[in-house]
Design a protein around this ligand. Structure first.
Ligand code: IPM
Ligand code: MN
Length: 354
């Protein structure tokens, strides 16, 4: 079979890093005899400025016909914050029911880590973030907007079904990962006594009934930010809601060496998933060939893994680790010692010659 992959290079440095990801994909696919075709879409800030539309009619239906979506970055300095994020990224996550945001936090050898005395042996965990509910559901509204009596309400939506499918995914993932077999629920049961009461009950019910082999732990979100810095080695898999997941995964990205490496998957286990480097469009580096494409390559690796091409995914990760560890001077934009495209070449070569 041949995989159909939709490519959305997007804004800013998105297109530059996507090119490198696809370069590596081509080489690894050839090596492992994987057939695929790509279709590119120009969704993003420039198109929005030109046409006034974020996703055109029928786009989501079209995207749902692919095996995977590979996304560069969404966000444009001339477009008011929220429009492209809601219109493209969140729209796709919701419409395609990508109910998991999967964020590995893994420090590779020789990558500079801001945590004192922590190395790759301490930082290797995965965050499973719920991706379609919570505060992101858009429930709420204004009352008396623009007056001194204005009220703004933004509610967190937590459905038993949504929470349960996220928890089950996290339990399954922990089992498959087979490291410490420990799943930590990150919540705020001491204050958010409705939402996280539901999460906590479901967590223990499901865990007890169907995953007795997985150890269950719990941490409040404020405390977890502390532990992620002080004792990241405590974590195997963390499961949490949409908003908390958004916050702690940026912290996760920093302790794994920054936006140059961090990748994420928006996953619908029964449908089409979307993979992206999480660094954003980085407008100030656009067009200079200095941005680090490693996160985009890591997103490709996740895509292969979720498609079931595990061997190819592993080969790509090995090449990535080799180049990061032995070639790059730094993971920071402009300090790698090579251009964006040269880093892509190095990784592709490492795949080919391994
Ligand atoms: C992320 C991003 C998005 C989010 C933004 C761009 C809407 O920060 O993927 O974590 O908040 O989910
Ligand atoms: Mn985020």
């Amino acid at each position: 079979m041949s995989y159909k992959i939709a490519v959305i290079p997007g804004d800013g440095t998105g297109p530059e890093v996507v090119v490198e990801g696809l370069k590596c994909l081509e080489v690894v696919a050839r090596k492992f005899d994987i057939q695929y075709e790509t279709v590119e879409y120009d969704f993003g800030g420039e198109r929005y400025k030109r046409t006034g539309e974020t996703l055109p009619d029928g786009a989501l239906e079209e995207l749902s016909g692919f095996n995977a979506i590979y996304l560069g970055a969404i966000g444009h300095p001339d477009v008011k914050p929220g429009i492209l994020e809601k219109g493209i990224l969140l729209n796709a996550r919701f419409a395609l029911d990508q109910y998991i945001n999967l964020r590995p936090v893994k420090l590779y050898p020789n990558v500079e880590c801001p945590l004192k005395d922590k190395g790759p042996e301490h930082i290797d965990f995965v965050v499973v973030r719920e991706n379609t509910e919570g505060l992101y559901a858009g429930a709420g509204g204004f009352f008396k907007k623009g007056t001194p009596d204005e009220i703004a309400v933004q509610e967190s939506i937590n459905t038993r079904k949504g929470v349960e499918r996220c928890l089950r995914y996290a339990f399954e993932y922990t089992r498959k990962r087979n490291r410490e077999n420990t799943l930590t629920l990150c919540g705020k049961t001491n204050v958010l006594t409705y939402a996280f009461d539901l999460w906590e009950r479901a967590f223990h019910e499901i865990g007890e009934a169907d995953y007795p082999d997985i150890k269950r732990e719990y941490a409040h979100v404020d405390a977890i930010t502390m532990w992620m810095v002080k004792n990241p080695e405590w974590f195997d898999v963390i499961v949490t809601d949409n908003m908390f997941g958004d916050i702690i995964t940026d912290l996760g990205a920093m302790i794994q060496g920054g936006m140059g490496v961090a990748a994420g998957g928006n996953i619908n286990p029964e449908g089409v998933s979307m993979f992206e480097p999480i660094g954003g469009s980085a407008p100030k580096y656009t067009g200079q060939g200095v941005i680090n494409p490693c996160a985009a390559v890591a997103a490709c690796q996740m895509m292969l893994d979720v498609l079931g091409e595990e061997e190819a995914a592993m080969a790509l990760e090995t090449a990535l680790i080799d180049v990061i560890g032995n070639k790059l001077k730094s993971m920071n934009a402009g300090q790698m010692g090579y251009s964006t495209s040269k880093v892509g070449d190095l990784i592709a070569d490492a795949v080919a010659t391994a």
